[in-house]
Design a protein around this ligand. Sequence first.
Ligand SMILES: [Zn+2]
Length: 307
Amino acid sequence: MAALLRTPLSSGIQFASRVSDVESIDTPFGKSMIVINDRRMKQSRSLSAGLIVRGSDQSKRGHVAKASQESDIQPTTLADNKLAARGQAIDGLEVLKNRFHKFKESDYLANSDYYKKLAQGQDPKYFIVACCDSRVCPTKILGIQPGEAFTVRNIANLVPPYEHGPSETTSALEFAASLPLIRDILVIGHSKCGGINALMQNDGDYGERIEGWLSVAKSARLTTKAAYGYLNFDKQCQHCEMESVNSSLLNLLTYPWIEKKVNEGKLNLHGGYYNFIDCSFEYWTLDYRQELEGGSKYGFKNHSVWR
Ligand SMILES: [Zn+2]
């Protein structure tokens, strides 16, 4: 039972319960937007274009009831726009249905040989760990195609150490040992990470499932506090968003098959940091060898920023 309490899935559901009370409101521009009431995240500003976070103001709740008659979702595809142009409401699942049919027509059927081959089995080249955050979509920002990456998403894109016990992330990493073509593992952190914000707050206000999961990155919080405790809280969080990625890279080395392959030069461990405020992607590689000079077994190399 204790292991269940620490899984990223249970912490993700608990975290999602805080991103609650979705409402539609009329904006000064005459369009609907989605508003999220959340007593913690209200401190943390705008979530993304089209999303506003605000406090406990209940005055707009009436719009929830209207959402089924009046579209509360911005049309984002051609098919959505056609529906909107005809004045038809677009409910959430209708949007997904339209998008699925569009994918089938323009991608699946147009590349049927590729998808038939995928149906025989997968041989991904990458293993990716990314955050549950809805703004961070590794397949979108890195152009990853179906079949290319074995992917795990959890709160704050954490990798627990091998001895942590069963979790979605550890089981995915175990499974990846049987995928011979994986040569690169990429842990992707990101700007304005709510999970890292909660980790840095460390005030026990998020409940045991979230706190238990975030404890995986406790060392990143302590390192950040020691090195950057003099900065304001937002800056500390930014540093911790990257520090936690490094913590996860080192935790990857506690998996025997990963440590062995890295040592043999058959597997590379990379850190990534997607900043969706200025749309940049920072990238670096863990340099690990058992006999690395200088006393330390690891360092970092290949640091670059994609703009
Ligand atoms: Zn995050």
